[in-house]
Design a protein around this ligand. Structure first.
Ligand code: TMP
Length: 242
């Protein structure tokens, strides 16, 4: 793999060119960051676990008609993906109040939202990934009004499918972040990854607010047992189909 041209290195993944012009290789790293990289660490085998979880979830979503960038998983921590132009947006869907929603609105942790909340953040580390208004998103031309409607619809559809899937796994999908890209035909496709790095996942068998956490919040808030939580998510995800 060392002969492949590195195109981009992010906090959790490295993207390489491949021999096929419209296919890239994503290498999933064990590196973990939080709070805009103010906190740094490593989660043993995270690359393999997140790549495997994301590959399985992309397959499930594709089978239910969601276009994704996923091609295949040639090795445990490598995913081949279609080359798409990533929109600089983090599309967050929330079912239950947690994280920044609680901090910024005062809604108590764990409040079930009357309907899923879709929020758009500007994917810009220099600015700290700020929450966008619709008008700011359009002002910055981060998406067209038509794409915005489609992103909202796709995010809600993906939420319905993922909620159903994780429920089967005995896991509550609290919230998650998606990224989308545009392919050569300007079609929106789901990209990046879906993993315990990008979702809040609560174990339905636990009621304790710390014990139930199966995602990157264990790393963010030093709750311990990070690897075993990711491992547990992977085992359950692999044992289920949509
Ligand atoms: P938040 O509550 O911190 O805004 O996070 C909402 C969801 O988005 C949560 O599932 C974690 C995920 N997320 C990312 O994947 N990347 C990020 O950089 C941030 C801030 C959140």
């Amino acid at each position: 793999m060392s002969t492949l041209q590195k195109l981009y290195e992010g906090k959790a993944k490295i993207l390489y060119q491949t021999n096929e012009p419209d296919v890239l290789l994503a290498h999933f790293k064990d590196d973990a960051t939080a709070f805009n990289a103010q906190k740094k660490g490593r989660i043993q085998n995270k690359g393999e676990m997140n790549c495997t979880i994301a590959a399985h979830l992309f397959r499930q979503l594709a089978a239910r008609g969601i276009p994704t960038h996923f091609v295949d998983q040639p090795s445990p921590n490598e995913m081949r993906v279609r080359a798409v132009k990533i929109l600089p947006l983090e599309v967050v869907v929330r079912n239950i109040a947690a994280g920044s929603l609680c901090q910024e609105t005062g809604i108590p942790l764990g409040t079930v939202l009357p309907q899923p909340l879709v929020e758009f953040y500007y994917k810009n580390d220099g600015l700290g990934d700020p929450l966008l208004t619709r008008d700011r998103l359009l002002l910055l031309e981060l998406a067209t009004p038509e794409q915005l409607v489609q992103l909202q619809q796709m995010a809600l559809q993906i939420n319905t499918l993922l909620q159903e899937f994780f429920n089967q796994c005995g896991i509550t999908l609290v919230d998650f972040k998606l990224e989308f890209g545009l392919d050569a035909d300007q079609t929106l496709v789901l990209a990046d990854e879906i993993s315990p790095d990008t979702c809040r996942l609560w174990n339905q068998a636990e009621t304790d607010p710390q014990q139930r956490v199966m995602d990157k919040d264990r790393f963010r808030h030093d709750l311990g047992s990070v690897e075993s939580a990711y491992e547990q998510v992977m085992q359950r995800v692999l044992a289920h189909q949509l």
